[in-house]
Write a protein that binds this ligand. Structure first.
Ligand code: AMP
Length: 222
């Protein structure tokens, strides 16, 4: 399965990747995580992307396409992948299609988690991430006064600088302007699975599983 998890920041893409990895035994490739790791490592790429990320803007397509081209050639991605945060522009989607075409592969499904602007803002302003494993938590301001450690690996929890309210509003606008056109792009390819991302985490997970099983059955019977 070659999957794309698609949606605005805070739509729940990262939250849903865990169960997909377990079900399909394919890696999740989250471009935001790749960029944050480069920044932590202090690499030249990390320095190059820092300003864009802190302002909530998109990193240039050429850089992102090179990152994905390299990552998709790694052995663990040969049997499939879950892309989280890529593509974010039509140019990235076209480059991805061309890359996969050369490998005799294609995108199987694009899972679109649909969430209203207000819910996105609420979720992101209460979102905390583990510095080491990236696990995501939601805390009320009360709970956040005394932040616990990550329950997975004991790492420190922090609020991403680009989750500050003024940057969040800009990231959502960037999504609507540059990324939302991909809804039409993938609808035209009949690959879009439109899911209500405001249901509970378990309900969203069940809906994704149901739709992907139906797709697999359909592919098997063709
Ligand atoms: P995310 O963790 O997916 O919210 O990404 C955090 C930030 O990384 C974004 O706001 C962008 O600045 C940058 N970024 C991640 N993926 C992409 C992409 N595919 N294209 C452009 N910029 C990206």
């Amino acid at each position: 399965m070659n999957l794309i998890l698609f949606g605005a920041p805070g739509a729940g893409k990262g939250t849903q990747t865990g169960s997909l990895i377990e079900t399909y035994h394919i890696p999740a490739i989250a471009t935001g995580d790749i960029l944050r790791a480069q920044r932590r490592a202090g690499s030249a790429l990390g320095e190059q992307v820092k300003g864009y990320m802190d302002r909530g803007e998109l990193v240039p397509d050429t850089l992102m396409i090179d990152i994905i081209r390299t990552r998709l050639q790694e052995p663990d991605a040969r049997n499939g992948f879950i892309l989280d945060g890529f593509p974010r522009t039509v140019a990235q989607a076209e480059a991805l299609d061309a890359m996969l075409d050369q490998l005799g592969r294609r995108v199987d499904a694009v899972i679109y988690l649909r969430v209203s602007r207000q819910v996105l803002i609420d979720r992101l302003s209460h979102r905390y991430c583990c510095r080491t494993c990236g696990a995501v938590y939601t805390f009320t301001p009360q709970q956040a006064r005394d932040l616990p450690r990550c329950t997975t690996d004991g790492g420190e929890l922090y609020q991403r600088p680009d989750d500050r309210p003024e940057i969040v509003a800009h990231r959502i606008d960037v999504f609507l302007t540059h990324t939302a056109p991909l809804i039409d792009y993938y609808s035209a390819q009949h690959k879009l699975e439109n899911i209500d991302g405001q249901m509970s985490v378990d309900e969203v997970r069940a809906d994704i599983t149901r739709r992907l099983s139906a797709l697999r059955k359909g592919a098997g019977s063709r």
